[in-house]
Write a protein that binds this ligand. Structure first.
Ligand code: GLY
Length: 356
């Protein structure tokens, strides 16, 4: 099994993906093909894609600088300008090859250029394979706020070639595991066994894990595409995790965290809150925490950081009427949505992390 039917498009893993791409590009009315990459994927992944493209397909390449700090409206302006300069029209198509920054931003640029041109996502990181590339969220950061500007818009297809993972260092590969752990804690414990046994050397198990993760996310998105209710479970670990991520990104004396590292912190904090507020079993919390620390060693946070982290919570997209709303877990794999959490308890959670 290597194909997942999402809302109006397919996610295909490995076998037959380039045939699918070539057949599509050659059979559809497409005036010009643009390929968006960043400097890393331009160097390491684009050659694999180009080697597999039908030789009669011409394309224009657009390359941007890598990194979350470039996922903003300035880069979008550059991209809209490039598309304009290079003669893109409404029948042009954009292929986004890269991690979540490229697929999120490329999807947004395509969806807004001339009121929307078609796009295809080729995610190259584990994170973008299992989360960012599926579900139709596109967008960019705005000032210090993550994913504040964007639209829901689906690609024509998502093509996953797991060979691209070999181009990443271990830290960036591991980042995607946080989203998979998230699926286990908040929604579907069946994937936890795969996490327990996880080994980068077992390629077949990795492909199965990617397939399973996308299937879980797809099930959630199909039920609630616009995040009215159920899709909020995908935000487990992300409320405090995003605040920590943004704070570390903005702060001059902090190292920039990978998204997975930030979400790993967020999951420990939010499972702590789940124990305190909803009676999540403490022994399972301990087990989860040990595994999370195995993949994501503890990050140095100090008590003087706490108030700064809180400043970033004010703008969380899940807030309603100024209240911070959390997704927590009542039990392993059992989510609770829109939970109010007092600031004092959030502080306790961060202090717990600092002291653990
Ligand atoms: N990454 C969260 C979502 O797609 O809803």
């Amino acid at each position: 099994m290597n194909t997942i039917q999402a809302q109006g498009y397919q996610v295909i893993i490995n076998k037959g993906i380039y045939k699918k791409l070539n057949d599509y590009l050659l059979s559809q009315k497409i005036s010009s093909v643009f390929i968006l990459s960043d400097q890393n994927t331009n160097e390491n992944c684009l050659p694999i894609l180009v080697k597999n493209l039908d030789k009669t397909i011409k394309y224009n390449s657009i390359v941007v600088e890598p990194g979350e700090e470039n996922k903003n409206l300035d880069t979008c302006s550059f991209l809209w300008q490039e598309l304009t300069n290079q003669g893109a029209d409404r029948r042009s198509l954009l292929i986004n090859i890269g991690g979540g920054v490229i697929t999120d931003m490329g999807g947004f640029v395509a969806s807004t250029f001339k009121r929307g041109i078609r796009f295809i996502n080729i995610p190259t990181t584990l994170l973008s394979m299992v989360d960012a590339s599926v579900g139709g969220k596109t967008g960019v950061d705005f000032g210090m706020l993550k994913n504040q500007i964007g639209v829901f818009s689906n690609p024509e297809m998502v093509l996953i070639d797991t060979r691209y993972l070999d181009t990443l260092n271990l830290r960036y590969k591991t980042s995607g595991l946080a989203e998979i752990i998230k699926y286990a804690i908040s929604y579907d414990t069946s994937i936890w066994d795969d996490i327990i046994d996880f080994d980068w050397g077992n390629k077949q198990a990795l492909v199965e894990l990617i397939y399973k993760s996308i299937s879980i996310k797809n099930e959630i998105v199909l039920e609630d595409p616009k995040e009215g209710h159920l899709r909020k479970v995908l935000n487990f670990g992300h409320t405090l995790g995003h605040a920590v991520e943004s704070y570390f990104l903005e702060s001059k004396d902090k190292k920039t965290l990978t998204h997975g590292e930030a979400i790993a912190i967020g999951m420990i904090l939010e499972t702590f809150l789940s124990v305190e507020i909803l009676g999540f079993p403490k022994d399972i919390f301990k087990l989860l925490q040990d595994k999370i620390f195995y993949f994501f060693p503890k990050t140095n946070i100090s008590t003087s950081d706490i108030d700064h982290i809180f400043e970033y919570l004010i703008h969380d997209k899940k807030n309603v009427n100024g209240e911070v709303k959390f997704v927590l877990a009542k039990d392993f794999g059992k989510y609770a949505i829109d939970v109010n959490v007092e600031k004092a308890l959030m502080k306790n959670a961060i202090e717990y992390y600092i002291g653990v």
